[in-house]
Design a protein around this ligand. Structure first.
Ligand code: TLP
Length: 351
């Protein structure tokens, strides 16, 4: 049976080049700062993001938590969107580990937050209040249709953080998807940020790992935070070797994933019982909903998986499909005809 796994772009596998590079990687003890391959990855990552320094971490979650620990002390407050991965899917890790308070403002459907609302959320100096330290944004925004945040928005964000002397962290797990979709270098998208985390293993095919970038002092603090989180890895160059190729060989092809996602959404729009807005799809993430009285999302996902098509139900009616390497245009056609059949329509839908 054909298999098209659209649950996430986290399921990508290392390419042949990556496996070879991993096999041949020069290694050392990275807690002593002596793994040449990790050091090379960190240098490349810092350059690509236009920052002074970088730190290899085990995961996006670790990168985000280490960054927040490096920016904030106990009782400090961060402002972030209510749909942010950090708020939604990271177990409230910054509160659990760092005693950091989260203040949410609603995310707009395109992943932005209304900057007037963010500004209203900044605390004044008052003995009763926590101190607002950090604004945290996500680019692309996972739960907001994978939407990229553009330069114009980032410029307005910069004015706000400057006005209030806040730090800015970008959860850029998929920052290269944003860069490719907008045709804007990643370093420009994060130019105003004090720190950014990006992932090597989402869509870019490395088996594990993320990188945090920022200025030297920040990275020293993040390195301390990584250690206390148990993230000091030793001969981590074996992973970093794949990470280097993730950055140098796998970014441009993300355009293919975006084209596949666009075609998927356009095809879905023609299937009765499915609601999707193809105009909202700019990267590799497609959210759509089904009429839950007709077929709950979990039932549709199960039906699809019996035919080899896997997606994630993220609510009673909401489903997410993510395109990634090596999903092809033919896989998207198969997905659409399977979806159409599972929704009770016999005819395959042309893409
Ligand atoms: N996202 C995963 C799941 O956790 C939901 C996915 O399948 O999309 N920031 C963003 C924007 C993310 O989407 C993710 C992972 C992370 C951070 C965390 O990265 P990891 O999984 O490496 O800890």
């Amino acid at each position: 049976m054909k298999s098209v796994d659209l649950r996430s772009d986290t399921i990508t596998l290392p390419t042949k080049n990556m496996r070879k590079a991993m096999y041949e990687a020069e290694l050392g003890d990275d807690v002593f700062g002596e793994d040449p391959t990790v050091n090379r990855l960190e240098k490349i990552a810092a350059e690509v993001m236009g920052k002074e320094a970088a730190l290899f971490v085990a995961s996006g979650t670790m990168g985000n938590i280490a960054s927040q620990l490096a920016h904030c002390g106990r009782g400090d407050e961060i402002i972030l969107g209510d749909q942010a991965h950090v708020f939604f899917y990271e177990q409230g890790g910054t509160a659990a580990v760092g005693g950091i308070h989260s203040r949410t403002v609603p995310n707009l459907p395109d992943g932005k937050i209304d900057l007037a609302l963010a500004e209203a959320a900044v605390r004044s100096e008052d003995i009763h209040f926590p101190r607002t330290r950090l604004l945290l944004l996500e680019n692309t925004h996972n739960r907001c249709n994978g939407n990229p945040l553009d330069l114009a928005y980032m410029d307005s964000v910069a004015e706000l953080v400057r006005r209030h002397d806040l730090r800015l962290h970008i959860d850029g797990a998929r920052i290269f998807n944003a860069a490719v979709a907008l045709g804007t270098p990643a370093k420009d998208l994060v130019a105003h940020a004090d720190s950014v985390t990006f992932c090597l293993s989402k869509g870019l095919c490395a088996p594990a790992g993320s990188v945090v970038c920022g200025d030297r002092e920040f990275i020293l603090r993040a390195r301390r935070a990584r250690k206390v989180l148990g993230g000091g890895m030793r001969q981590a160059g074996i992973l970093a070797a794949a990470g280097i190729l993730a950055i140098t060989e796998m970014v441009e092809r993300l355009a293919e994933d975006h084209a596949n996602a666009t075609n998927l959404a356009a095809g879905m729009a023609a299937i009765k019982g499915i609601s999707v807005n193809p105009d909202m799809v700019h990267t590799n993430i497609v959210f759509f909903s089904v009429d839950e009285n007709r077929m709950p999302a979990a039932d549709l996902v199960e039906k699809l998986s019996k035919e080899g098509v896997r997606m994630l139900a993220l609510g009673p009616s909401m489903i997410r499909a993510v395109t990634h390497h090596p999903i092809t245009a033919a896989d998207i056609e198969y997905t659409l005809s399977t979806l159409s059949r599972c929704m009770g329509q016999q005819k395959a839908v042309a893409v």
